[in-house]
Design a protein around this ligand. Structure first.
Ligand SMILES: Cc1cc2nc3c(=O)[nH]c(=O)nc-3n(C[C@H](O)[C@H](O)[C@H](O)COP(=O)(O)O)c2cc1C
Ligand SMILES: Nc1ncnc2c1ncn2[C@@H]1O[C@H](COP(=O)(O)OP(=O)(O)O)[C@@H](O)[C@H]1O
Length: 310
């Protein structure tokens, strides 16, 4: 997959089959669009192109100034789009100025002049241009002027639920990992650097690797204890992970820490990624370290059992 940062890097194609959107999480709904994109590209001997925006449009336009939490970092999105067979990825820096472009200017400048679009494939609710003014109906009415054809992809439903990034975010913030994983079509994951903690874990028999997530915008599931799969270099392990402030030890800030099963290595300064399988309980304040240790031993039993069935 060719990646272009900004329109000036893109060289106009003879036969571009294009889609555009934020594609946060590259979930099953997005995958349906991408499959069709690749199919049309193959049938028409064209090349598939995805236009996406960075940072996320809502983080630029929204007035509440809060960083919106996302299902995928830019690197993860690039990897997922590549896995889905996309040939060209154009990442447009999303600025205030860019957000002022009308839908007509977007079509003329980006789709026609920069890319050379011959077919545009868009999701059922995709909007573009200033104030999200352009959509499928607008395109359809004006199609004859543009010299490209337009195809709309219906909403992907899973168990009668329309898949959307916001539903997946909500599920993760409610601790409903299984539902999020189901809509994503894979297990939600986070990755980061292993940093030093208070070195207490090893004294209670459960050393925990503390994960520092680099991207502030990455969504962290709600506090609690989770069954996870841990990826370290090319190896995969089972593990139990806690997200929270650790009230038992009077913790004052949130940590993400994982006890990796059947593992005994020093990994400070290295990278890990974890896949969330299910949440098993809320974080609690115990009377002391012994009570916490007894509960963690029980968590281990429960989680080993869960992971065996996966
Ligand atoms: C599976 C698991 C469950 C945990 N559950 C809780 C909990 O319910 N309440 C709590 O205060 N801390 C909980 N912790 C966090 C421990 O307090 C933490 O691992 C311990 O303080 C060691 O911290 P350290 O890495 O800074 O040494 C849990 C940790 C793990 C690995
Ligand atoms: N099974 C394991 N799971 C997690 N970390 C492990 C394991 N075995 C060894 N380690 C190492 O021990 C460290 C965690 O020990 P711990 O006493 O909890 O210290 P800290 O408070 O710095 O996290 C990890 O960062 C890792 O380098």
């Amino acid at each position: 997959m060719q990646v272009y940062h900004g329109i000036q890097e893109f060289k106009k194609l003879d036969h571009a089959v294009v889609t555009s959107g934020t594609f946060d999480g590259v979930h099953l709904g997005h995958q349906k669009i991408l499959n069709r994109l690749n199919e049309v590209a193959l049938q028409t001997q064209g090349e598939s192109v995805v236009i996406t925006f960075y940072p996320h449009p809502r983080s630029v336009i929204s007035s509440d100034n809060q960083t919106i939490k996302l299902l995928s970092t830019l690197d993860e999105k690039i990897e997922l789009l590549e896995q889905n067979g996309v040939q060209h990825l154009l990442i447009i820096p999303f600025t205030r100025e860019f957000s002022e472009l009308s839908s007509e200017e977007f079509i003329q400048k980006i789709l026609i002049e920069t890319i050379g679009t011959k077919t545009l494939v868009i999701g059922y609710d995709h909007r573009f241009g200033r104030n999200r003014e352009g959509g499928f109906d607008y395109l359809k009415t004006n199609a004859s002027r543009y010299g490209f054809s337009i195809e709309e992809i219906a909403r992907q439903d899973i168990d009668n639920v329309g898949v959307s990034s916001s539903k997946i975010r909500k599920a993760l913030l409610e601790g409903n990992v299984q539902s999020a994983d189901h809509l994503l079509g894979r297990n939600y994951s986070i990755s980061g650097l292993i940093v030093k903690g208070k070195q207490l874990g090893r004294t209670i028999g459960f050393p925990t690797a503390n994960i520092q997530v680099r991207e502030v915008a990455k969504l962290i599931p709600t506090d609690g204890v989770y069954a996870v799969k841990v990826h370290y270099n090319d190896e995969t392990f089972g593990g139990m992970l806690n997200i929270g402030n650790r009230p038992t030890v009077d913790g004052t800030y949130q940590t993400i820490e994982v006890n990796i099963f059947d593992f005994n290595r020093e990994i400070y300064g290295e990278n890990l990624s974890v896949e969330f399988i299910t949440k098993v309980r809320n974080e609690q304040k115990f009377s002391g370290l012994d009570a916490l240790k007894a509960q963690i031993a029980k968590d281990k039993e429960v989680i080993k059992e869960i992971l065996q069935r996966k």
